[in-house]
Design a protein around this ligand. Structure first.
Ligand SMILES: Nc1ncnc2c1ncn2[C@@H]1O[C@H](COP(=O)(O)OP(=O)(O)O)[C@@H](O)[C@H]1O
Ligand SMILES: [Mg+2]
Length: 276
């Protein structure tokens, strides 16, 4: 399902998730998310790349029927990008709200994806939103904005690949209700891959079984195991009629490593399940 089909963009940059996204829970994460929202607690989701962090947030925005403001954090993203800034337009100075300020003013789910990537001042600016104050101070406006009841802050990060320098500080982590999920269990992941890629369960099962063996190669120096997302890509390419070699090479080998020995090991694993 494309983003266009399931969401419509609001004027203000938020998404209304108007169709139910497919989300298969790994455990109690939906109930925990709902309880956090009800009690106005912020939530932290960590887990490896492509393991369903964003999908869960989209699903919850739909389920709670609130707009979704997603910010993909990167190392240049500063607090001002979240709160807003003055811009000069002709001889006019105009204030532009940032996505976090929009969510605080209008209510909704503010999702800061890969938050540790952002500059340090981002952590500072979100602190008052994560406790009983639930407010966003915007220094440049000289104002403190109070978050409404249906505002919820959700952050995600991937603790595996980030460097120690980019760990979230315990003082920040301990402000959130946290869900820590890894790869889905085999039978769940088979259902996800089969449904998302549109392949039969036998093919999905081979992809997932191979993936779980590839994930074990992290002990041999593989940085991160193959993601559910890549398995969905692999299945989709196979369904599109691409050769097995091309489908697997481009989704389950190439994206994982530059190391030729590791590539060979991954290929060996895949050959136990597929002929190519
Ligand atoms: N629990 C799940 N239910 C449904 N789809 C999932 C689930 N986990 C992963 N996926 C699939 O994997 C893809 C990547 O998930 P995503 O949420 O974008 O990962 P990330 O953790 O990087 O945010 C999704 O587009 C979806 O196809
Ligand atoms: Mg994501």
């Amino acid at each position: 399902m494309s983003k266009k089909e399931k969401s419509e963009k609001f004027e203000n940059g938020a998404f209304k998730v108007s169709r139910e996204p497919f989300y298969l829970p790994q455990g109690n994460e939906i109930a925990i998310f709902e309880a956090a929202h009800k009690n106005q607690f912020p939530e932290l989701r960590n887990g490896p790349t492509g393991s369903g962090k964003t999908r869960l947030v989209e699903y919850m925005a739909w389920r709670l029927n609130i707009p979704l403001y997603t910010v993909a954090c990167h190392d240049d993203l500063s607090a001002n990008d979240l709160t807003g800034r003055y811009i000069i337009k002709g001889d006019e100075v105009k204030w532009i709200d940032g996505p976090l300020l929009m969510a605080v003013q209008e209510g909704g789910l503010a999702y800061l994806d890969e938050v540790v990537e952002a500059r340090k001042d981002v952590t500072v600016v979100i602190h008052p939103l994560t406790d009983h104050r639930r407010c966003l101070p915007v220094e440049k406006r000289g104002k403190v904005f109070q978050a409404p009841e249906n505002f919820m802050l959700v952050i995600s990060y991937n603790p595996n690949y980030q460097s120690v320098l980019k760990e979230l500080k315990p003082s920040t982590r301990q402000r959130f209700v946290s869900i820590n999920l890894g790869w889905p269990k085999e039978d769940l992941e088979v259902r996800i891959v089969s449904r998302e890629a549109g392949v039969d369960e036998t093919t999905a099962e081979k992809l997932v079984k191979a993936a779980n063996r590839i994930r074990n190669l992290v002990h041999q120096g593989l940085e991160e195991g193959v993601s559910t997302r890549e398995l969905v890509y692999a299945g989709t390419l196979l369904r599109n009629g691409l050769s097995v070699r091309d489908s697997l090479q481009s989704t389950m080998i190439e994206p994982l490593t530059y190391d030729s020995d590791l590539k060979k090991s991954i290929e060996e694993v895949l050959k136990n399940y597929f002929n190519f």
